[in-house]
Design a protein around this ligand. Structure first.
Ligand SMILES: *Cc1c(COP(=O)(O)O)cnc(C)c1O
Length: 467
């Protein structure tokens, strides 16, 4: 064995102890870590001939890389839709590295972790009140989940025409309808060879909505003259957390032949609260659903899952099977995750979620969701009371989409946001909503509380004065 490796092996306990202490120090100080900084590195560092060993490398990390880190798992990182990490999720994440299992088959190699993944998906279905008619699996994020679901939808579309796109490629126009798809679904259309331009935009509903207009949807369906199509719908749009009307879509599904996909990356968690679950009523009728865990479930990156109806499993295998590898077994005889999703080897990605679900239960996640939504409301009220801001849309769940009051202030919005973010106490992201420049604040972090809202409103007042 290489001497440095041998030394690290002998010193394992000390190395992990120091790493643990560093983790504790960072997490306990998260409130004070800035949400942005201007630190940088010269990334042309030369690779050393002789290894430094873990502890000296940790020292270099602390000197050069740790100063780059921002408080993105902290309570005032409201940009994008950014969750933190609960204690139990970190335990699961650390142990996933320690046990270092590959998640594949139920029988044979990788069996233990595939069983854990089955159990975790089953627990998630219970959390979300969904039936076990879905087969689920873990991928890195909602982007890959959308990709997986739409990949199977593509195969389904071909199947309707008697074609096998996975085997022979795509020689048909695939009909896709959507109103306000997330950019990652459009990116998936590009990756799947469908083409990011090749979807039809359905109107959004009247009255400052991002949800699909059901009447216009049916008009578009009728224009297809009975041809199959794929519907990409939303449970929680990123600007205004709007939801399509799933009960109305269910009724259309009984009348027309289409694959129904729901991107519920963060909005799916509305299902855990009695106050908000009406937003997803009827979603169990979908063919596929995307949900992120590294957002509202507050587990570390990279964690998301897809749910695809079991009736489509053979199409899913056609799409993702390793068909020229006899050593991997027959995909139809022995269930193996590497034949139903994009990756082959994967870490034990279910474990952080498994730990979180057992540690906090249904009530824990209901509390996180209801706390986030009440903080969003509270922040919205404070903005209005302050006088210099206006909401661009009503607050439906956990996202606040707002701007500086008055059209004459439109050109100041990005300067305001840059100044505010540079102060390092809060981080929000810009957007454009209905042709107006705006700012988004998204509440999903389990740590955020009322004091954070006060701190941020104070910072925003100071920033206005500095404009
Ligand atoms: C965040 C998000 C995505 C993309 O998720 P990643 O985890 O970044 O891949 C897709 N759809 C919606 C609605 C989202 O909010």
């Amino acid at each position: 064995m290489n001497l440095i490796l041998q030394h690290d092996l002998n010193d394992l306990e000390n190395i992990l102890e120091k790493t643990k202490q560093q983790g504790i120090d960072f997490l306990n100080n998260l409130e004070n870590v800035p949400t942005s900084n201007k630190n940088s590195i010269d990334y042309t560092r030369e690779l050393n001939e002789l290894g430094l060993g873990s502890l000296a490398t940790l020292e270099e990390f602390n000197e050069r890389l740790a100063p780059l880190m921002v408080a993105s798992p902290g309570p005032r990182y409201w940009g994008f839709v950014t969750g933190g990490s609960t204690p139990a999720s970190i335990v699961g994440d650390w142990l996933a590295s320690v046990y270092d299992q590959n998640t594949q088959a139920i029988k044979g190699q990788g069996g233990a972790s595939a069983l854990i993944e089955f159990e975790t998906i089953n627990l998630l279905l219970q959390l979300l009140g969904l039936p076990d008619s879905f087969l689920g699996g873990f991928v890195t994020g909602a982007t890959m989940s959308n990709f997986t679901c739409l990949g199977v939808a593509r195969q389904w579309f071909g199947n309707q025409l008697g074609k096998d796109f996975a085997k022979n490629g795509i020689f048909e126009t695939i009909n896709i309808l959507s109103a306000t798809p997330h950019s990652s679904s459009i990116k998936s259309l590009a990756m799947l060879g469908i083409g990011s331009n090749n979807f039809t935009t359905v109107k959004t509903a009247e009255g400052n909505r991002e949800a699909i207009d059901i009447v216009d949807l049916e008009e578009n369906i009728k224009n297809l003259n009975g041809k199959p199509f794929i519907l990409i719908s939303s449970a929680g749009t990123v600007n205004t957390a709007d939801f399509d009307d799933f009960e109305a879509i269910s009724k259309l599904k009984a009348k027309y032949n289409f694959w129904w996909h729901i991107d519920a990356a963060f909005g799916g968690f509305a299902a855990v609260s009695d106050k908000y679950k009406h937003l997803v009523e009827g979603w169990e009728g979908a063919d596929s659903i995307t949900i992120d865990c590294h957002k509202w479930l507050n587990v570390p990156y990279e964690s998301a899952f897809y749910l695809i109806k079991k009736e489509h499993t053979s199409l899913q295998i056609e799409t993702f099977q390793n068909s020229n590898a006899p050593y991997l077994g027959n995909p139809l005889e022995n269930f193996n995750y590497l034949n139903v999703l994009p990756e082959n080897s994967r870490r034990l990605r279910a474990l952080p979620v498994w730990f979180s679900l057992l540690a906090y239960g249904k009530e824990g996640f209901c509390d996180i969701v209801e706390n986030s939504t009440s903080l969003a409301m509270h922040f919205g009220n404070e903005l209005i009371e302050e006088g210099n801001f206006e909401l661009l849309a009503p607050i439906r769940l956990n996202n606040v989409c707002f701007t500086l009051k008055g059209n004459h202030n439109q050109e100041k919005v990005s300067e305001f946001l840059t100044l505010l973010n540079d102060k390092g106490k809060v981080f929000m992201t810009p957007t454009v909503y209905q042709n107006r420049k705006g700012i988004r604040a998204s509440f999903v972090n389990w740590r955020t509380n009322e004091t954070d809202i006060e701190v941020v409103i104070g910072e925003m007042k100071e920033t206005l004065n500095a404009l």
